[in-house]
Design a protein around this ligand. Sequence first.
Ligand code: A2P
Ligand code: 11C
Length: 348
Amino acid sequence: RGYRVAVVGATGAVGTKMIEMLEKTTLPIKELILLASKRSAGKTCVFKGATLVIQELTTTSFIGVDLALFSAGGSISKQFAPEAVKSGAVVIDNTSYFRMDPNVPLVVPEVNAHALAKHQGIIANPNCSTIQMMVALEPIRQHAGLSRIIVSTYQAVSGAGAKAMAELTRESQAYLSGTPADQLAPEIMPAGGDKKHYPIAFNALPQIDVFAEDDYTYEEWKMINETKKIMEDSAIQVAATCVRIPVFSGHSESIYIETKQPAELTAVKEWIKAAPGAVLQDDPSQQIYPQALTSVGKTETFVGRIRKDLDVANGLHLWVVADNLLKGAAWNSIQIAESLHEQSLVRV
Ligand code: A2P
Ligand code: 11C
């Protein structure tokens, strides 16, 4: 009894975490099918004590599959997610490809699990930096409304995949061994698909993904558009500045918000404490605040440094941190699967 679950991109930074999270889920799993490119076919992976062989992704990979978790890039999702749906699987897609499609629910289970009911085979997992911001802000929105968000991110390299993590390691070692900054030979950062590359080691790059409309990057547009879709409120004003820093995992965000109604600090802290998936870490007297390093391996979103703005009556500042590979990707996808199961929505 249970579901036949496929992971597409099983060898990647997110895919490997999906397999780890599937070991922890309460979702009944009958069989796990691991898919990646031809390069990885034949490699093995241990799941719940059993050795599984990774298979090459093809159009016939989804026969008999109930749930398919995709994290192998947008072009793979574009090509293969419809194939999986045709085979009868429900797809949970971690890429940006289907996120803004009006027929595709974009879900953070703590915020809008209800949106799953309308799915037509594909459900999109939001961008990592959006997800943790939603977990932190939803309880405030519920109690005091939300009119404006201005966010600056400090994002880890694992968001850009396993090769980007290797690039940070290589550059850090080279720089510490005396290689000058202009000879670090970056190949991926800030964006694999862009013309120029800059070192990420010992640096901060205000570019995640490529530039788009109005000189905002795609990562910034994702935070803006996905927030409005998830919170089902196109009137929320959102602006983002997304920055890559030399951290392996754990995205951090400095968030400024304006609420519709006044919100007392003690109340805001209580709302965060009571919110599903959120953990309050806020005690300046003891130097307690969320940190990237301590978020790694955790599925929760950590919230601290909550302060009133000094000039704007309904303005608040927060510092929000989560493991981008877990809550930002793999764990949120598994939570979507669990929620689909609880709502009897796995079969289309
Ligand atoms: P592979 O390791 O075989 O290349 P990351 O986000 O860490 O870069 O990982 C990307 C994931 O997407 C990897 O699991 C990678 O598999 C997978 N992938 C890349 N290209 C393809 C493809 N053409 N078909 C299936 N999986 C792919
Ligand atoms: C990063 N947030 O940290 C990006 C990666 O739309 O799923 C996630 C890309 C996406 O690089």
